[in-house]
Design a protein around this ligand. Structure first.
Ligand code: NAD
Ligand code: FES
Length: 271
């Protein structure tokens, strides 16, 4: 069992938890993820590691469905049944002088350890962070420690520029140049960031989060197509260069699962 040492509400949908998991913390690098099960019958929930302090691992989750809502019902002092990791490949930390992180919504969580590592290596680090409104901009105080400049966008204009992260990028690229970018957020955001960055010849790493079951390359559920070849996000990723990613295929599959979930919920309501 893995004890929850701390729980913090970041907004009405998103919590942060610090979990005592010494074997995970010992080997974790930026980009690694864990799979947890709330109890012995629980669904597996993959979550990118946000931070490591000693034997403790921070995770951030969005209460979207049944299992993440169940996780959200646990409190400090409670325990999680399984907490397996570190899984996946660590993010590729590039040998560059400047990097721009681009975070959309909860995507701010997996991006944090990567920007922290770039800063630790002496790289100039800027951030564009976007969310639907100011309550959904998360981890801003933590990012301030590792970023030289932070540009905020909200869909409703309640904080920073009114618009998407891509609107900020268009303006930013008029005055600044970056060697590299990392974009993490909704698939549609990563798709349009990659399209924009290609026009400016700026490479983009992205983090993909297709549905995962085993997390060890056995089930094939997390397959993604990159430059026409199949990869498994759980063992080959979750971070990949964004240029060759078939985002439309991933978006179509994600929509399919949302449709299925919707139909299942309707069936449950009708019973
Ligand atoms: P959201 O849908 O509220 O979007 C967040 C921001 O992304 C927006 O404010 C906007 O700036 C940008 N964005 C959205 N649509 C865009 C578009 N068409 N063009 C340009 N920019 C756009 O985000 P949310 O509700 O927090 O959802 C986060 C999503 O990120 C979830 O779908 C989740 O699965 C995904 N996610 C991905 C990872 C990962 O590792 N890739 C990790 C965590 C979450
Ligand atoms: Fe099963 Fe990746 S989650 S192969």
């Amino acid at each position: 069992m893995y004890k929850i040492l701390k729980k913090e509400t970041l907004n009405k949908d998103v919590d942060l938890m610090v979990v005592h998991a010494p074997l995970v913390s010992k080997n974790a690098l930026p980009g690694h993820f864990i799979i947890l099960r709330v109890n012995d019958e629980g669904e597996r929930i993959p979550l990118t590691i946000v931070d490591i302090e000693g034997e403790n691992v921070s995770i951030i989750y969005q209460k979207l469905g049944y299992s993440t809502s169940l996780l959200g019902q646990l409190n400090e002092g409670d325990s999680i049944a399984d907490f397996v990791g570190p899984l996946g490949k660590p993010a590729h930390i590039r040998d560059v002088k400047s990097v721009l992180g681009i975070a959309g919504g909860v995507g701010a969580a997996p991006l944090l350890p990567q920007l922290k590592e770039y800063k630790r290596r002496g790289v100039n680090v800027d951030l564009v962070i976007g969310a639907r409104n100011k309550d959904y901009i998360i981890l801003l105080d933590k990012y301030k420690k590792y970023c030289d400049n932070i540009y905020v966008a909200t869909d409703d204009g309640s904080l920073g520029t009114k618009g998407f992260v891509t609107d900020v990028l268009v303006e930013l690229y008029k005055e600044k140049k970056y060697d590299h970018t990392i974009a993490i957020g909704p698939l549609v955001m990563m798709k349009f960031v990659v399209i924009l960055n290609k026009k400016y010849n700026i490479p983009t790493d992205v983090s993909l989060n297709p549905i995962m079951i085993d997390g060890t390359g056995m089930c094939g559920n997390c397959r993604v197509t990159i430059d026409g070849k199949t990869f498994f996000a759980c063992i080959d990723g979750p971070d990949f260069p964004g240029e060759g990613v078939n985002f439309d295929e991933l978006i179509a599959r994600q929509d399919y699962y949302h449709e299925e979930e919707h139909v299942c919920n309707l069936r449950l309501v009708k019973k």
